[in-house]
Design a protein around this ligand. Structure first.
Ligand code: FE2
Length: 429
């Protein structure tokens, strides 16, 4: 093998097996195998820890992130007070402040191995202030983070005067994906009309679609059915995602038995947001209280791609979060009761490979030819990574280390099954 730039030695791949070496040249993976003999300018010992492609967040709101407390705190913690609060904050937003907060969040993300984010940006603003700010941020972070932007009409593309025009202008400026919020339109009929109009717009422009869809506890909110039908009618298969889909939690089982095959047939992906769905849904219930998250195991069983998104971090809707997709996977696993061995691994896929597929990321993965974007986790396998919200020992972008975090003393394995965490921290006797 010719000279390479970097050899990442002794790493465990997500599928397990004996530790492998990864050879990297010109920002790409050139070979993966045991004990590679390539001459390398630099070598890093992975010490048998888990290496994965980076985390991917399929659903985020970067225009509001880190604005917690502005102009006041959401006292009730509810979705409706959050939307009202965002309405109060919007006229006070300054472009520089949005940029500053977004860049700070991207730093957090990169340090946690989160190197691709699909962020919705509110386009119900004639000034398109947040849109311009995030387009600028997309450019600034490009060397280390793929930021994909969704034109999101927060107040309803039909309900909010002028939103059809501002949404188109946002796309003209270079926003990547068409968004929507059909359940927030004035009527069910308007919601369905908005889905049709937005899907036609995406088809005309050759863009992907990602709508906030049925983010309610109303079992009759059924815009996902229209989204699937429009996807099929317009030939958008594989390019459309329904975000949240929380009403599906409350729908009649018989109806869902018809709906899920329609979603599968249309090639529509689902994006659940476990941290937010578990806190915002079911708020009108007494007891029993619904969880509100969409039917993740059932969608997966039908072959529908399901990703988990972070949705919010420290904003009007959510006063928690840190950009850690393992925290998102951890919550998703619990809320969906995905505690079977295969199901826990699917929760890891829901924050890595599946959202990468939904975003259409080029060169994502650990095969030769893929971009050398890697995360070395202080864990032995994906399930342990979720359990520990494992330390990102090293984050690499295009073959360059962009972040390191010192190892933590952690309970890595059951007693007697493997060495204790501290064993490898101690110098050899
Ligand atoms: Fe959202």
């Amino acid at each position: 093998m010719p000279q390479v730039d970097l050899l990442l030695r002794r790493c465990t791949l997500p599928q397990g097996g004996a530790p492998q070496d990864i050879a990297i040249a010109d920002g790409r993976i050139v070979e993966v195998g045991p004990a590679l003999t390539a001459q390398a300018a630099e070598a890093i010992d992975g010490q048998g820890f888990l290496v994965t492609p980076p985390f991917v967040d399929a659903h985020f709101h970067m225009d509001s992130t880190l604005s917690f407390g502005l102009p006041r705190i959401n006292q009730s913690g509810t979705l409706l007070e959050g939307i009202a609060l965002w309405g109060e904050l919007k006229p006070l937003l300054l472009q520089e402040a949005i940029v500053e907060r977004a860049l700070a969040y991207c730093d957090w993300a990169a340090a946690r191995g989160l190197l691709a984010i699909r962020s919705h940006v509110d386009v119900c603003d004639p000034r398109l202030l947040a849109t311009e700010a995030l387009l600028h941020v997309r450019q600034r972070v490009k060397p280390y983070l793929d930021l994909q932007l969704v034109a999101f009409p927060q107040d309803g593309v039909l309900r909010s005067a002028g939103a059809m025009d501002t949404l188109k202008r946002a796309l003209d400026l270079g926003v990547d994906v068409v968004g929507g919020i059909p359940h927030f339109e004035r009527t069910m009929a308007d919601g369905a009309a908005s889905v049709r109009w937005l899907c036609e717009l995406a088809a005309e422009r050759g863009l992907r679609v990602d709508m906030h869809c049925d983010e309610t506890d109303d079992p009759m909110s059924r815009h996902i059915e229209t989204l699937a039908a429009e996807t099929q009618r317009l030939g958008l298969q594989g390019r459309v995602a329904g975000s949240h889909l929380t009403s599906m939690h409350s729908m009649d089982n018989y109806y869902v038995s018809k709906l899920i095959p329609l979603i599968k047939e249309a090639g529509v992906a689902a994006i659940a947001n476990p941290l937010i769905n578990i806190t915002l849904q079911g708020r009108h219930d007494t007891y029993p209280k619904r969880r509100g998250m969409t039917r993740v195991p059932e969608l997966l069983a039908a072959g529908v791609p399901v990703a988990f998104g972070h949705d919010c971090v420290l904003d009007p809707w959510y006063g928690m979060g840190s950009g850690d997709m393992l925290e998102v996977a951890h919550m998703g696993l619990h809320v969906a009761q995905m505690t079977g061995q295969a199901a826990m691994r699917q929760c890891f896929d829901a924050v890595t490979t599946t959202p990468a597929q939904i975003l259409g990321l080029e060169g994502y993965g650990l095969q030769p030819g893929c971009r050398a974007d890697l995360v070395l986790l202080q864990a032995r396998d994906p399930v342990e990574a979720i359990r520990l919200r494992a330390t990102r020992l090293l984050v690499m972008k295009a073959g360059r280390v962009i972040s390191r975090t010192p190892a933590q003393v952690a309970t890595l394995s059951l007693p007697g099954q493997a060495e204790k965490a501290v064993d490898w921290l101690r110098p050899a006797a």
